[in-house]
Ligand binder design. Structure first.
Ligand code: NAD
Length: 477
């Protein structure tokens, strides 16, 4: 049994008191035990981070940029190891695990560029000659980063890279389900030249580590990605000391297929939007809305494609879709499928474990039609490989269906009529809309959504300013 230290404070690895059992969801075997931390470890980490903040917060942009580039290089150098960890701990097929590593590298490089160009204070034009003013941006302090299991390392990079670029010191809490990638990332960071205490990591459960982190009065800001239920708790704890809070939460996004769309592309993107990462994506376009004229042909082609998806062991190199992350998630998804059937939805394909995979948390790509609009299947985030497909008659109806949700993270539109697609993109209540494109994410474009999907934005310059305070200095002439 591999036993790993799960606490990294002031450049020192420690074994905490909490044992986290990490499993391989493809074969249900134990991969490692991680000795995670507790409230006392969180306190030590925040104290150390506060001490390190004095110097790191005043370091130059190019100094921070050089370290961010060294982290990017370290990630590239350990690509195969990180891919292996993502495949074994998350069950991600190798191709998907490579995409995650590419994303992490691109994110650290992008924020290195922003750190290089942090710029000087800017003067502010005033309506008086008796005063001059300047504005500067300063790091907001010690920040707590809490991340989920579905894209470990990626969601971490989206927070960690801008936080370090801004000059913040960090206490990171990975998901207790998938800590292995972050432990490797911490080892890379340890070699990148970051002063001790700037980056600290405390593995552990939400109760043992996440909750005290969100409540800690020394933390200036919590950046959280996860479920809405926990997001609310984090916000409530943070409220006690008026902490800044950024939240990236759930979704129930739509893919709209207009009647002139390329059918083959539409089917491919529907499968990617629903089954990539076994559907465990906040950005899953799990509601597929198809123009009536195209609906019969689309349904036939989607069924054929979904049934042809190769589900299996991530390391095979053949698999297009891996397992769900653990038993709890497997049971949750099965319960959603059962409730959908109960509510009267029609199962087009999938709906259960592939017969040839008796072990591991595998669920076949699943498609429902005739889904009642008031059912949980239609309204709630499922976080598994489950699509709901519905026909629409008019553009107005499609928009009304897509926007009728408490979430608003992303959307996709497919049409050869670019004017119509752009018009629909503008009318969708979502933070990111793709037109005739897969869910490509650039560090330059913001991540986050409308309504209950998010509070704030990650990536782009917005991701950096989320970790900055604004200060004006006004002087009498
Ligand atoms: P989760 O909310 O259960 O856990 C997220 C993190 O919060 C974990 O590290 C967990 O240990 C921690 N946590 C749990 N209880 C806590 C508490 N009381 N206080 C502080 N921290 C606590 O979410 P999950 O199951 O790990 O991830 C799935 C969810 O994440 C989905 O709802 C998904 O939509 C969302 N998600 C959103 C985005 C986005 O960018 N919007 C990205 C990925 C995942």
């Amino acid at each position: 049994m591999i036993k790993l230290p799960g606490v990294y404070i002031e450049g020192v690895w420690q074994h905490g008191p909490q044992v986290l059992t990490v499993i391989n969801p493809s074969n249900e075997q134990v991969l490692a035990e991680v000795a995670g931390g507790d409230a006392a470890a969180v306190e030590r980490a925040t104290l150390v981070a506060r001490a390190a903040f004095v110097q790191w917060s005043t370091s130059s942009g190019p100094t921070r940029a050089a370290i961010l580039r060294a982290i990017a290089e370290g990630v590239e150098a350990r690509r195969e190891r990180l891919v292996q960890l993502q495949a074994s701990n998350n069950g991600k097929p190798l191709a998907e695990a490579h995409i995650d590593v590419d994303d992490v590298v691109a994110t650290f490089r992008y924020y290195a560029e922003l750190a290089d160009n942090l710029g000087r204070d800017r003067s502010v034009a005033l309506p008086s000659e008796d005063f001059v003013a300047r504005v500067r941006r300063e790091p907001c302090g010690v920040v707590g980063l809490i991340v989920p299991w579905n894209f470990p390392m990626v969601t971490t990079a989206w927070k960690l890279a801008p936080a370090l670029a801004a000059g913040c010191c960090v206490v990171l809490k990975p998901s207790e389900i998938t800590p292995l990638a972050e432990l490797e990332l911490a080892a890379i960071i340890a070699e990148a030249g970051l002063p001790d205490g700037v980056f600290n990591l405390v593995c552990g459960t939400g109760q043992a580590v996440g909750a005290p982190l969100a409540a800690d009065p020394r933390i200036a800001k919590i950046s959280f990605t996860g479920s809405n239920a926990v997001g609310v708790q984090v916000m409530q704890r943070a409220a006690q000391t008026i902490k800044g809070v950024s939240l990236e939460l759930g979704g129930k996004s739509s893919l709209l297929v207009l009647d002139d769309a390329d059918l083959e592309l539409a089917v491919e993107l529907a499968c990617l939007g629903g089954f990539f990462n076994a559907g465990q994506m906040c950005s899953a376009t799990s509601r597929v809305l198809v123009a009536q004229a195209l609906y019969p042909a689309f349904i036939d082609a989607l069924k054929a494609r979904a049934e042809a998806i190769r589900v299996g062991e991530p390391f095979s190199g053949e698999s297009e879709m891996g397992p769900l992350v653990n038993q709890a998630q497997y049971q949750r998804v099965q319960a959603h499928i059962a409730a959908g059937l109960q509510a009267g939805a029609q199962l087009l394909c999938g709906g259960s474990r592939p017969a040839e995979l008796p072990c591991g948390y595998f669920v076949s790509p699943t498609v429902f039609t005739e889904v009642p609009l008031d059912s949980a299947l239609w309204r709630e985030e499922i976080f598994g490989p489950v699509l709901c497909v519905r026909a629409f008659a008019t553009e107005a109806e499609a928009l009304a269906l897509a926007n009728d949700t408490e979430f608003g993270l992303v959307a996709s539109v497919l049409s050869r009529d670019l004017q119509a697609a752009e018009r629909i993109a503008n009318a969708l209540q979502a933070g990111l809309v793709w037109i005739n494109a897969p869910q490509v994410i650039f560090p330059q474009t913001a991540w986050g959504g409308y309504k209950q999907s998010s509070l704030g934005r990650e990536l782009g310059p917005w991701g950096l300013s989320a970790f900055q305070e604004i200060k004006h200095v006004v002087r009498a002439v």
